[in-house]
Design a protein around this ligand. Sequence first.
Ligand code: ATP
Ligand code: MG
Length: 333
Amino acid sequence: MRIFSGVKPTGHPTLGNLLGAMQRWARIDQFRSDDPGDALFCVVDLHALTVPHEPAALRERTREVATLLLATGLDPERCTVFCQSHVAAHTRLTWIMESVVGDGELRRMVQYKEKSARQESVSTALLTYPALMAADILAYGAEEVPVGDDQRQHVELARDLAVRFNTRYGEVFPVPRAVRPPAGARVMNLQVPTDKMGKSDDTAVQGIIYLLDPPDSARRKVMRAVTDGGREVVYDPEAKPGVANLLDILSACGDGTEPAELATRYASYGALKSDVADAVVAVLEPLQARYREFADDPATIDKILRAGADRASALADPYVSAAYDAIGLLPPR
Ligand code: ATP
Ligand code: MG
């Protein structure tokens, strides 16, 4: 079985990205084969063009995200780590996806509504983003897409488009499905626990733990997290979103003990926060040490991305050719 997932270089990656997605990818051994082509992890840089950006910063973030992926423990010998814009198949298949998706479907996407509401002028790319994301997944015939909760709707759409394409033009694509982590699928902002922690957010940044935050600063952010009324530690995401978020983080950083079970171990918010801070720092420190090793060696990162893109292209081209052929485009002879 093949899995694909990606992260956008739109900002400094956060604890949400790690717990909801990247940490999971590094633990793929449990649910996949030994073939490095069966697990593809991508820095989806083309997706970063959907919102206003600065070219030099984008190049820097792309390197940072690629380096962090390796620092989480992804082994480039056992999986394929690459940069989306290095593989032409993604954009070649996007046009095909745009021809099978309805504009109403794109306008209904929650992320489009949220992100477009925050901007004065909205690019067409922000609207068609899910068509590119469907192409990202379908270009490899990926069956599983490990993502956080906020990306589930886009994976559902990719699923619908695979089925629609296959029904109209003949079986080309396996039908993918989203897989979510048991805890940490939706890490909330520590200052505004009703909002998702997002790397491109520019408000409530004190509630965002960046993966490269100095450990002291990460600890401070946890200790200053907004908690809820009352004093009892219970897991109730509706009534106590702040405490529930801390319990979710603790569960995802620890051995997987359920958040509700963890709640029974605490008599005060202070003790809970202190354990969450320790758990977060224990995750960040080794990650940052590995990041520094790789960051000192950019040539190795370039080589890994290059080899990854070559392997990814070889895997994607047959799917794209099959789709072009099935839809009626005359093959070059
Ligand atoms: P942006 O604000 O630019 O959308 P983001 O933080 O949402 O950035 P993405 O690149 O969109 O990050 O998503 C990368 C992966 O991280 C996806 O699988 C997404 O579901 C997951 N993810 C993002 N934010 C969170 C979060 N707060 N909790 C859990 N998973 C998350
Ligand atoms: Mg996002």
